[in-house]
Design a protein around this ligand. Structure first.
Ligand code: GLU
Length: 317
């Protein structure tokens, strides 16, 4: 079974759960491919930033061979422990979601973590996935509960004050999901409407900044936003194009509209206690972007949306 077929099957199974609480017109819904993701399209507006949030720590020296982590480093600690601990979500289709057939959490973000495990152990399976809330991402990375957070997480100056981030590994941007019958052409047309996003996400803050003043409504996870949308508790959902593509794939009565009105560069969050680990992660990322591994990961999870763009360029400080 290819990933494409796996996605269709996962969505089909997800629908069984999601449609259970839906209004009658949604029953018997057909699965359509998402139309939203345009990962290479330029963002409409860059957020105001007080620092260069994209600039991470520069790798130093050559990448150590797997199982040969330099003594005294956090990589050596992880090796000794026998597994890398990755914090991520389980409901972001294509990035990190639970495959109902295997029970495994999988996706682009999970593969980012697996590739770091592979670089440390020579085995991508030496990984423990901790499912965390979106509003816990900064805290659990900062205090070292998890080694890495890879969870559609935007790097920005506010978060950078508390954690280090790897170089950027994916460029997303915020759009909006509405009912298929809606005449809204973008977030600006939703003035006064209830628009859902997850508590602790940049998406919720961005909705509040829109000039036409949509009403931001916070929920615990994206699946909760989708149920609220399907039960008419909210009029729309607004978040990254990547996440909306996964939600639209679960609801054929929804469509994604509008230009990307923010820039959401994704990076992995790491405790500031381990700068050598951030440098190591950046070394692995740089290698993977150069040798085609990043592209293969893109093709595996996002290939249905078209040809892979060039990987984001690393910036260092
Ligand atoms: N990328 C945004 C963030 O990091 C929104 C999506 C999410 O919550 O994962 O807050």
């Amino acid at each position: 079974m290819t990933r494409r077929h796996t996605l269709a099957a996962v969505v089909a199974v997800a629908l069984l759960g999601v449609t259970a609480g839906c209004t009658a017109d949604r029953d018997g819904a057909r699965v359509e491919p998402p139309t939203a993701a345009q990962p290479s399209a330029p963002p409409q507006a860059a957020p105001e930033e007080s620092c260069n949030a994209r600039a991470s720590l520069r790798p130093t020296g050559a990448l150590p061979a797997p199982r040969k982590m330099p003594a005294g480093t956090h990589m050596a600690e992880i090796f000794k422990r026998g597994r890398l601990i990755l914090g991520t979500s389980q409901d972001t289709l294509l990035f990190s979601s639970r495959n109902p057939f295997t029970g495994r959490i999988e996706g682009f973000d999970v593969d980012m973590g697996r590739q770091i495990a592979e670089a440390i152990f020579g085995d991508p399976d030496k990984i423990q996935i901790k499912v965390i809330g979106y509003d816990q991402r900064v805290q659990l990375a900062a205090n070292g509960t998890v080694d890495l957070v890879a969870d559609t997480m935007t790097v920005n100056c506010e978060r950078l004050a508390e954690v280090d981030f790897s170089a950027v590994y994916y460029e997303a941007g915020q759009q909006v999901l509405v009912n298929k019958g809606s005449t809204a052409k973008g977030i600006e047309d939703l003035g006064g409407k209830r628009v859902c996003a997850v508590t602790g996400s940049t998406s919720l803050e961005n909705i509040a900044k829109v000039g036409s003043r949509p009403q931001p409504v916070g929920r615990a996870g994206w699946a909760d936003c989708l149920v609220a949308f399907q039960q008419n508790e909210v009029d729309a959902i607004s978040t990254d194009d990547t996440i909306l593509a996964g939600l639209a794939a679960q609801d054929p009565y929804a469509k994604v509209v509008g230009p990307k009105f923010t820039s959401e560069p994704y990076a992995m969050a790491i405790s500031k206690q381990y700068p050598e680990f951030t440098r190591f992660v950046n070394q692995v990322l740089a290698r993977n972007k150069a040798d085609g591994r990043w592209k293969r990961t893109y093709d595996t999870w996002l290939g249905d949306f078209g040809t892979a763009p060039a990987p984001p360029r690393a910036a260092y400080r």
